[in-house]
Design a protein around this ligand. Structure first.
Ligand code: HDD
Length: 694
């Protein structure tokens, strides 16, 4: 158990360590009487105090003024980036594999459990923007360790657009909506973004990731996370290693297709947020392994020619395998979005003994920005007293006063040294758990310049492209074509094509063909070593936890088969939804099934697979045809048992195509084949057939 905070140094005790309340009697909407904020009971909250029923409102109406004033100030500034997000509580359990490289107990000690709060986000969109836009996803984890809070503020892509944090306002101003009309919202498909990145070639590697399937994840459950920068870990003997952090999703890596992402942005802008909350509520937690790549802490901070201080570079996993050091389980939804998800304040400078930063100039600027931004966003310097930000370790600081001070500090001497308060609190030694910065020699001529190694902007972009499967490469080509086609300035398109020619000639030619422009020649790297780990196509079927399977049924369908299918699906941690022409309850004999989605109220984006039940032959509905056509085109699993096959044929589905599963009944071979098809994420072998028919 971490030591308790001294009463006079802490915010009022939250109902739980992270401020979440869940038991019935703690709900805000309970208690006997409605009161003002001053505790005065109210007789009426619907009528303002007026001179007569038709007269003017009186200034003396303290309830009206308090109610409206508070409402007027309910909003705080949204985050300048990563405004749109969703979060969950959970636990991190270390497996002991990090003990040799770090003394940070929450990582090193086998079996140690640490509470966490994780917030996922998009970068560019406003708070109310859609979840499935093409963008980088934030993956920020706050570990409430016994030694203080450690924040790993990462993304779902391992590289960044800029090498030096001083350019952050530039890339963000370029990516955000145009300042005159404030459009487009939450996307990079516009002139200013492509203007900047085409002029600024160090962004090239990150742009490749953003245009790949990584930019449109299927779920927060199925995306990787990265600490991006190289960190320095320090072990109990004082030995150091350079490491990169990775989050590996237990459910595998999986994305939407671009068309699905666009449909979802309209059909269900809360697609990812809903999936996170619904899954946790249904008892299917989100799980990720935390891994590290460990490199020697050499004087030059390079590994096999890769500059570890350059955040536009990765270390291929084939060169340095990822060592799994623990598991993150997200298993509890926030109780109140504002109190927790909106007010959580991450900071790259929240470090604990055993973890240090490096001189990566992007990281160095971040160390300033994250603390600074909260002063505006959360209204002053006491935001660490907000329950979601409170450490679980004892807090005993000499910080005083300021906006929204919650503590009633006792004592006379918030300074050191003092004699008035007995010289307390004392500073700790390293042995007593103090964060002692590792002594390191730092020297250099004061200058604004990059090392020469930072000037290679294309070789890893080429490695990324050439490591992917043909279908993943096709998606990148389509994404570039889409985005550049949305630009108005021809010069920007041409400049970007010139950059693509320096990555890969075929990539450039195919994008140019899509845009109807000539392909420039370039200087693409030759003989690139590929890194198969960069592809997200699984080698075989993976787990299907949290995936959604729709079963189309109608009156007279084999409902006992639907029941069997539901049991088999739920045994795998997946979700079954009954889809029918109308809402209500389907009945056949003694079996019945509640319809969860009427055809009019659903779309293919909701399903990872669709199954047609026996007994539905003859069912024709335009919405069903569209659903099946989209499922087929997006290469998702499609299945039918019994005469359900006829429904597929009637809708023009090629039942011999890859990823189409047929069976006589809901028996084991049928469900096993269906689950394998879902576990492969998509039947990409179908992609060529789909392309040929369009
Ligand atoms: Fe940042 C938020 C991730 C570079 C300045 N950033 C923010 C969040 C994530 C990241 C996940 C959302 C945290 C949350 O959920 O509250 N940022 C990154 C990564 C980067 C990066 C992985 C590069 C490797 N960021 C970066 C730079 C700067 C910032 C270079 C400024 C110099 N980031 C901020 C910020 C934000 C932020 C302005 C906005 C809201 C906040 O911090 O709390 O300080």
């Amino acid at each position: 158990m971490p030591p308790r905070r001294k009463r006079d140094q802490s915010a009022p005790e939250p109902a739980s360590p992270t401020g979440a309340t869940s038991t019935e009697d703690q709900r805000a909407q309970t208690g006997d009487y409605l009161t003002t904020a001053q505790g005065v009971r109210l007789p009426d909250t619907d009528h303002s105090l007026k001179a007569g029923t038709r007269g003017p409102t009186l200034m003396e109406d303290f309830h009206l003024r308090e109610k409206i004033t508070h409402f007027d100030h309910e909003r705080i500034p949204e985050r300048v980036v990563h405004a749109r997000g969703a979060a969950a509580h959970g636990v991190f359990t270390a497996n002991g594999n990090a003990a040799s490289v770090t003394k940070a107990a929450f990582l090193a000690e086998k079996g140690r459990e640490t509470p966490v709060f994780t917030r996922f986000s998009t970068v560019l969109g406003s708070r109310g923007s859609a979840d499935t836009v093409r963008d980088v996803r934030g993956f920020a984890v706050k570990f409430y360790t016994a030694e203080g809070n450690f924040d790993l503020v990462g993304n779902n892509m391992p590289v960044f657009f800029i090498q030096d944090g001083i350019k952050f306002p530039d890339i963000i101003h370029a990516g955000k909506p145009h300042p005159d009309r404030e459009i487009p919202q939450a996307q990079t498909a516009h002139d200013t973004f492509w203007d900047f990145v085409s002029l600024h070639t160090e962004a090239t590697h990150h742009v490749m990731w953003a245009m790949s399937d990584r930019g449109i994840p299927r779920s927060y459950r199925t995306m990787e996370g990265f600490g991006v920068h190289t960190f320095r870990l320090v072990n109990a003997d004082g030995a150091t290693a350079l490491v990169k952090f990775h989050w590996k999703p237990v459910a595998g890596i999986h994305s939407l297709t671009w068309e699905e992402a666009q449909l979802a942005a309209g059909m269900d802008p809360d697609f990812h947020r809903r999936d996170l909350a619904d899954s946790i509520e249904a008892g299917a937690p989100f799980e990720y392994d935390l891994g590290i790549q460990v490199m020697s802490d050499t004087e030059d901070h390079t590994f096999e020619g890769i500059d570890l201080l350059d955040p536009t570079k990765i270390v291929p996993e084939e060169l340095v395998p990822v060592r799994v050091i623990g598991r993150l389980t997200l298993n509890r939804n926030p109780t109140n979005f504002f109190a927790e998800t909106e007010q959580v304040a991450f900071h790259t400078g929240n470090l604990v003994p055993g973890i240090e930063v490096t001189d990566d100039p992007l990281m160095q600027a971040r160390l300033f920005s994250y603390l600074d931004t909260q002063l505006t966003r959360l209204g002053g310097p006491n935001f660490t007293q907000i329950p979601i930000n409170c450490p679980h370790a004892a807090v005993n600081d000499n910080l005083r006063d300021g906006m929204h001070q919650m503590a009633v500090h006792q004592g006379l001497a918030p300074y050191l040294p003092n004699s008035v308060d007995g010289g307390s609190p004392q500073v700790a030694t390293e042995g007593e758990g103090a964060y002692v910065h590792l002594p390191r020699r730092v020297e250099g001529r004061k200058q604004r310049a990059n090392p020469v190694s930072f000037s290679d902007h294309f070789s890893q972009a080429a490695m990324f492209y050439r490591s992917l499967s043909p279908v993943e490469r096709m998606h990148i080509i389509q994404a570039f074509t889409f985005e550049l086609a949305k630009c108005y300035e021809q010069a920007i398109r041409e400049r970007m094509l010139a950059n693509l020619a320096n990555i890969d000639a075929e990539l450039c030619e195919r994008v140019a063909a899509g845009l109807g422009l000539p392909a420039p020649s370039g200087n693409a790297p030759q003989d690139t070593v590929v890194s198969p780990a960069l592809s997200q196509i699984p080698p075989g079927p993976g787990p299907i936890t949290g995936r959604v399977i729709g079963v189309v049924a109608a009156d007279g369908a084999d409902l006992s088969g639907v029941g069997k299918l539901r049991r088999a699906v739920e045994a795998k941690g997946a979700i079954l939804r009954v889809v029918a022409p109308t809402g209500g309850v389907l009945k056949k004999g003694r079996s019945q099934q509640t319809v969860e989605r009427a055809l009019l109220a659903t779309r293919s984006i909701e399903y990872d697979a669709i199954v047609i039940a026996d007994g539905t032959a003859g069912l024709t509905d335009m919405k069903l045809s569209v659903l099946l056509e989209e499922m087929f085109r997006h290469c998702k699993a499609i299945a039918a048992w019994g005469d359900g096959e006829q429904v597929l044929r009637d809708a023009g589905i090629d039942v011999t195509a890859p990823g189409v599963v047929l069976g006589e009944s809901v028996a084991r071979p049928f469900t096993a084949a269906l689950f394998d098809a879902v576990g492969l994420h998509r039947a990409w072998d179908r992609a060529e057939q789909v392309m040929a028919s369009h």
